[in-house]
Design a protein around this ligand. Sequence first.
Ligand code: S5P
Length: 250
Amino acid sequence: FSVPRLTYEEKLKLQNHPISKKLIEIALSKKTNLIASLDTYKSEEILKLADQIGDFIVAIKLHADIITDFSENFVYELKKIAAIKNFLLFEDRKFGDIGNTQQMQFNGGVYKISDWADLVTSHVIAGEESLQVFGEEIGVVTIAEMSSKGTLTDENYKSKAINISSKMSNVIGCVAQSKLPPSLLLFTPGVNLTESEDSKGQQFNTPEKVFSDYHTDFIIVGRGIYRAKNPEQEAIRYKEEGWKAYLKNC
Ligand code: S5P
């Protein structure tokens, strides 16, 4: 897409969904475009990290099914920290089934995602109607393109996923590794300041690269923060690098 880079203020005017508005408002007020992916096993560890890094992020992304001791109390405590520190909760469920099954996975089971998540990820593999089941309150972020080596999300898949995403009023943006139409927010994982890959197919870029080349809106950082000796210090570093890269490229 040969579109000019928009500022967050300009992007805010294009948003119709309360969650996308909220995300951009948080970004502007805290001067951060960082989403921390806290992919750790223990709820206590996630709560501790959330408290340490909450001031420097727009959202915490979780994989609820990684957590060994997931509980209603954990959700309660995490929501408390999110309210105090002003960030959103993003469940990276990557739904990928027919609408009826996705609806049950979204509302039921152990995690009751619809009770607490502000945002969820979903594949678009099952087509447009499968996304309707998430309703209008949650911000849906579709997976248009993956960061890993050999992913099947080629240009054809990606453009179809983007087309569907643009049509759906509950979809606020996409996970991708390239530019999107300006009405969709771009979330880019695979961001790391020191590593270029892992041993399991992940490919990393720097914040500068994803802002200059992809015009991303939000960087998603996992191991770069939660695996660091000092996660708070690294969250500050990614926050500053991400904001600097945004200002330089807008
Ligand atoms: O294409 C993708 C999509 C996602 S949501 N590539 C990804 O890496 N992710 C997620 O982002 C992945 O599931 C993980 O939670 C996070 C990246 O973590 P990191 O440790 O590699 O930074």
